[in-house]
Design a binder for this molecule. Structure first.
Ligand SMILES: [Fe+2]
Length: 235
């Protein structure tokens, strides 16, 4: 088997499998040591997504096909660059996002939070990075939502991100948070990320991205590998 030439992840920047404050990790974390596998060519050349399946409208979450209008909420742009080792941009990476609506409710059958659904918002979007590794979404600011992890638990506003580079081995799933959110220090999901990596998951307000009379702008760069790689969400 040929060995693929890829840099190894620094697992110290990523959350441990077991973070007791995030109670579901107690049951799902592995009990035995993991068996390391060397990446092979199949991880680099294996099947990937079809780029032609991504439509430009998929990056605008504020409107859905067949909808009756625009999603309710604070309109925002979320943009940034996807980078590999040493700051090299990753072009044609698939960036997928999903999020709650402005009231903190997911368009999903198991979300039973007592908050309204928005008929014009499903909360899912995707796009490809351009030659500079840049992606851009138009969406609404998600609401915080309660969960049952501990008494009076509320997730801070966040957007889920899935990154898919040129191959399976460039996969990263994480969450983006908003600056200044008072719930950030109370969140056991973000708290599961080693402390130095937490700021890397908080977007930056960018007045250059903000568009007059239209939307606030946030910047969130994602590094797939290397010294400054973006932490994954707790697994
Ligand atoms: Fe979430």
């Amino acid at each position: 088997m040929s060995r693929a030439q890829v840099s190894k992840r620094d697992w110290r920047v990523h959350p441990p499998y077991l973070h007791e404050a995030y109670t579901s990790t107690v049951r799902r974390s592995p009990r035995l040591p993991l068996v390391p596998l060397e990446p092979s060519l199949s991880e680099l050349t294996g099947p990937a997504f079809g780029a032609d399946a991504v439509h430009p409208d998929d990056a605008d979450l504020t409107r859905i096909p067949g909808g009756t209008g625009e999603a309710i909420g604070q309109r925002i742009y979320v943009t940034g660059r996807v980078l590999e080792d040493e700051g090299r941009p990753v072009a044609n990476a698939l960036v997928e996002v999903w999020q709650a609506n402005a009231a903190g409710r997911y368009f999903h059958k198991v979300d039973c939070h007592d908050a309204p659904l928005d008929p014009n918002f499903t909360g899912g979007g995707r796009c490809l990075t351009d030659a500079r590794g840049e992606y851009r979404f138009t969406t609404i600011h998600p609401g915080a939502y309660p969960w049952t992890n501990h008494p009076n638990a509320w997730r801070p506003a966040h957007i889920h991100f899935s990154l898919f580079g040129s191959a399976f081995i460039s996969r990263l799933v994480t969450q983006m948070y908003f600056p200044g959110d008072p719930l950030l220090p109370l969140d056991p999901v973000l708290g599961g990320v080693p402390e130095p990596g937490r700021p890397l998951l908080v977007a930056r307000y960018d007045h250059e991205v903000t568009e007059p009379l239209k939307a606030l702008g946030y910047r969130f760069d994602i590094v797939l590998r290397g010294r400054n790689q973006t932490p994954m969400e707790p697994r």
